[in-house]
Design a protein. Structure first.
Length: 338
């Protein structure tokens, strides 16, 4: 009897289709499915499913009659109802820590772009305003450019990505503060980072870089009240999740001069709509949720789901297991594993 694997990903690039097809005793089905109904019709008899952004809701999961594993070819798993999967005895796996260096590089790149006004200056050159850069109006063109050394970087969250960012930021001479209620103060102090409460971080930082995981409790954790606490010269950097920031409040803060600018790799709705008012501001740098990418990390994201499916087939737990509490129910349903 073959082991059926179904990929519902609507983003073909993320899936190592050939890797799945090379597995012995496997039937691999590639069926992009964007809606709950499409997923249900495609995956009902799948032994394992591979997804990226598709909605694996409780309704979808309750219709997975043969599934042992839902694996996603990315780090985040907000599109999967973990509780429903656990109750159904289904393992959920992801690709953890594949791009901590890349995201921390990207956060630093956005920080530098904001500090050096790269977007504004690039636009000036492309529109024939080179003379403004060096002429009588140069003050307006260069206004707000600041040195990096001696400034303060505040990290919201202190997981793998901000820890990878710390030595890079220190190389530029930045003082570093961090706030993370789930990380011991000693872990920050060991890296020469001062642990502080969120309000102090907002008040003292020249750059606030967001690295928290999104939960139901911290949605819009940065809103109007928090932006008012920040320096008028400060910049917000977000390479985590768009919904951590109240975009309406951010727009107000940016247009009223409560903060100086922002570098955003993520938005609340992705892809962001063209009528998003933030897109009209020249003090915001956007990148399209690309901080995780490098040619090397892309291979890891593609290959790890193949490895986790292979482990499930061999009676082992997946490397990227998100819900270890599933093990008892999984064992009852499918038998003992490693």
């Amino acid at each position: 009897m073959s082991f059926k694997i179904v990929s519902t990903s609507t983003i073909a690039f993320h899936i190592d289709k050939e890797g799945f097809r090379k597995l012995s005793g496997v039937e691999f089905v590639d069926k992009p499915s964007a809606t709950e109904d499409e997923i249900i019709s495609t995956t009902g008899d799948a032994d394992a499913v591979v997804c990226v952004l598709e909605p694996y809701t409780r309704r979808v999961i309750n219709n997975l009659k043969s599934c042992r594993l839902i694996t996603t070819a990315k780090t985040g798993y907000g599109n999967i109802d973990i509780t429903a999967a656990t109750e159904a005895g289904i393992c959920v796996s992801r690709v953890p820590a594949a791009s901590a260096e890349e995201v921390s590089d990207h956060a630093m790149a956005l920080l530098l772009s904001c500090a050096r006004k790269v977007l504004r200056l690039d636009k000036a050159v492309r529109t024939g305003e080179w003379h403004s850069v060096h002429g009588p109006e140069m003050g307006e063109m260069w206004y707000g450019i600041m040195p990096i050394r001696g400034q303060t970087l505040g990290l919201i969250g202190f997981g793998l990505i901000p820890r990878a960012l710390v030595p890079k930021a220190k190389g530029f001479g930045l003082k570093i503060l961090a706030h993370d209620p789930y990380v011991p103060t000693e872990a920050m102090n060991e890296m020469g980072v001062e642990a502080v409460e969120l309000n102090r971080l907002l008040q003292e930082s020249d750059f606030v870089s967001v690295h928290a995981a999104l939960t139901s409790e911290n949605r819009h954790m940065l809103g109007a009240e928090q932006f008012k606490r920040m320096k008028s010269t400060a910049h917000l950097i977000n390479t985590a999740r768009g919904a951590l920031v109240d975009e309406e409040a951010l727009y107000e803060a940016l247009t009223k001069g409560e903060i100086a600018g922002a570098g955003l790799d993520v938005t609340e709705v992705e892809p962001t709509k063209l009528d998003n008012p933030l897109l009209k501001l020249d003090n915001v740098v956007f990148t399209a949720h690309s901080g995780h990418y490098s040619d090397i990390s892309a291979q890891t994201y593609r290959q790890r789901p193949v490895e986790d499916v292979t482990r499930i087939m061999a009676g082992e737990w997946p490397r990227g297991l998100v819900n270890p509490e599933v093990k008892e129910r999984y064992t009852v349903r499918w038998g003992k594993t490693g």
